[in-house]
Ligand binder design. Sequence first.
Ligand code: ASC
Length: 155
Amino acid sequence: MSKRLLGAAIATAALSITPFAMSHLDDEEPMQSYRQSYFTLLAMNFGPIAGMLKGEIPWDEAKLLKLAEDFSAVASVDVARAFGPGTDGGKTRSKPEIWENTDDFLEKYGDLQEAAKMLVPAASTGDKQEVGKAVRAIGGTCKACHDEYKSKDYL
Ligand code: ASC
């Protein structure tokens, strides 16, 4: 067997025994993991855009557009199911208020998904003012939710 085939066989065998052991996913708390990965993806695409606006990262229209596309693609994925009943607790910064005021929480999350739709059109113009407007609108929806529903530290 070639080294490559052997490697593939080992990887397949490992996967069939412990499906999640090699991934970032915490199989004890899959929904907590899922939503943390989701918001990490959002932040890792939004952050550099904000950085370009602040002049901390060189302005690069092509990179900006790609970041905007990726951010918007992720934001279009509905993470609401990761906040279902029984998914409070564990290693999380999600405050219990999310499960007490679910409708309000989901409305605020919907605001983010709506605002996110502004970003690609704004980035496509290459106009700093337009990008700034979209980033402030999106940032406002992040903050609105974090103020009430995100703890600074793990609970
Ligand atoms: C980010 C990030 C957030 C938001 C928020 C905006 O880049 O990780 O959570 O922006 O700071 O208010």
